[in-house]
Write a protein that binds this ligand. Structure first.
Ligand SMILES: Cc1cc2nc3c(=O)[nH]c(=O)nc-3n(C[C@H](O)[C@H](O)[C@H](O)COP(=O)(O)OP(=O)(O)OC[C@H]3O[C@@H](n4cnc5c(N)ncnc54)[C@H](O)[C@@H]3O)c2cc1C
Length: 377
């Protein structure tokens, strides 16, 4: 791929930079991590500002290079992250764009872009995480509806979501990968109960979701009945391949700040700290190049990223943990202070090697699908 910028791309960058300079000072104060209604309003408000300015669809419609410029510039300017819009913008929406019907795209995509509706992901269950195809939430057809019963766990943003990308078992007699269906479930449907789970960092980022005879219209099925595993692979390829891309830019900024802090507080004199910072710099530069490659490869495949997403997810999640461990080394005892920058990020970085598929699972995917090693049991 060509990594140089065209005059049009440079113009896009300049226009965006100018708009960010004007727009960011008008943002309200950031809500506290526990204020979910406030977080939802803040994240949707930012999405609406992007939509009004013509930037909302950049993750979906723009060329890979333009998308990467958008991420670089928004991060450089300190713009808000996608937040509660993570699932809708970065994997449910792209899945519907790739796999949904024209009616489904018209119903669900514009409200995501306009910052009107939040999505969550109902994939994992208490006994179906790494082995996602073991999921048991059952959906039985009844006229024009599926009647869904079961439970989901670790559902991020469930408390404030309007819709859930939900995996259900529609044919219990089929081999486990073949009896699954992908549904869009309204979170306000009768029978949906959300019970928040508190994390180590103190806030309730995710929840258990209990489903008791929830009626979901058949028209909300994305893909064919029992073809949900294939649709799930599309969702996961977006989640692993491109959803974390913006965070790589953020990590590169943190790395720069860490080096500055180390120079100021004397930790720079420690060769171990310098070596770790240098290695991380190389790692994040490599990850950025891998990102560019993945995004560009996706472009040739209906926008759907390939299995390279697992390489990215694996390396990125470990690099992120190492980054914040290094931050702790630079901060010294201050790293235990929850009000200091990077402390909460360090705690949450522990979840990155689990969320969106654990490192062990990514290694298996890389071994089998990229290196062509024999399949495990
Ligand atoms: C911050 C965060 C947010 C999340 N958000 C969501 C969400 O919004 N929606 C959602 O559906 N899920 C979400 N998840 C759940 C996540 O997808 C699962 O936690 C993950 O897939 C692992 O499943 P598990 O927790 O059941 O662990 P398990 O599958 O029980 O794994 C336990 C351990 O065994 C290892 N292991 C399991 N099987 C194998 C194997 N075959 N080979 C080698 N090692 C193996 C795993 O790597 C892991 O170390 C989230 C998780 C986190 C941490």
């Amino acid at each position: 791929m060509d990594l140089t910028y065209t005059p049009e791309e440079e113009e896009f960058r300049a226009r965006l930079r100018q708009w960010l300079g004007k727009a960011l000072p008008t943002l309200p104060a950031k809500p506290s991590p526990d204020d979910w209604p406030g977080r939802r309003a803040y994240d949707l408000g930012w999405q609406r500002m992007l939509d009004d300015a013509g930037y909302a669809g950049v993750h979906w419609d723009a060329s890979p290079t333009t998308r990467l410029i958008f991420l670089e510039e928004t991060e450089r300017a300190g713009a808000p992250y996608v937040g509660a819009n993570f699932v809708g913008l970065l994997h449910a929406g792209p899945t519907i764009a790739a796999e949904g019907t024209a009616e489904q795209r018209a119903r669900w995509l514009p409200p995501i872009l306009r910052g009107e509706e939040v999505w969550c992901q109902g994939f994992s269950e208490p006994d179906a995480g790494s082995d996602l195809a073991a999921l048991r939430t059952r959906a039985c057809r009844d006229g024009d509806d599926y009647v869904v019963s079961g439970s989901k766990i670790w559902t991020s943003h469930a408390e404030v979501a309007d819709w859930c990308e939900l995996l259900v078992r529609t044919d219990p007699s089929a081999p486990k990968h073949r009896g699954i269906t992908w549904l869009a479930m309204p979170m306000d449907a009768p029978g949906v109960t959300v019970r928040p789970l508190r994390t180590l960092a103190g806030s309730a980022e995710f929840a258990e979701v209990f489903l008791d005879e929830v009626r979901v219209p058949v028209a909300n099925r994305v893909g064919e009945e029992n073809d949900g595993w294939r649709v799930t692979m599309v969702t996961l390829s977006f989640e692993r391949g491109t959803a974390f891309v913006g965070e790589v830019v953020a990590c590169r900024r943190v790395l720069g700040e860490l080096a500055r802090t180390a120079r100021e507080n004397g930790r720079w004199d420690d060769p171990v700290v310098r070596r770790r910072l240098g290695r991380l710099n190389a790692e994040f530069r490599a990850l950025w190049r891998l990102t560019q490659w993945n995004v560009s490869e996706a472009e040739a495949n209906r926008g759907v990223p390939g299995v390279g997403g697992s390489v990215f997810k694996l390396r990125y999640s470990h690099a992120r943990q190492e980054l914040y461990d290094t931050a702790a080394g630079v901060l010294g005892p201050d790293c235990l202070d929850l009000d200091r920058p990077w402390t909460l990020d360090r705690l949450s970085s522990l979840s990155y090697t689990i969320a969106a598929g654990t490192s062990q699972i990514q290694r298996t995917i890389v071994a089998e699908r990229i290196l062509g090693l024999p399949k495990g049991r």
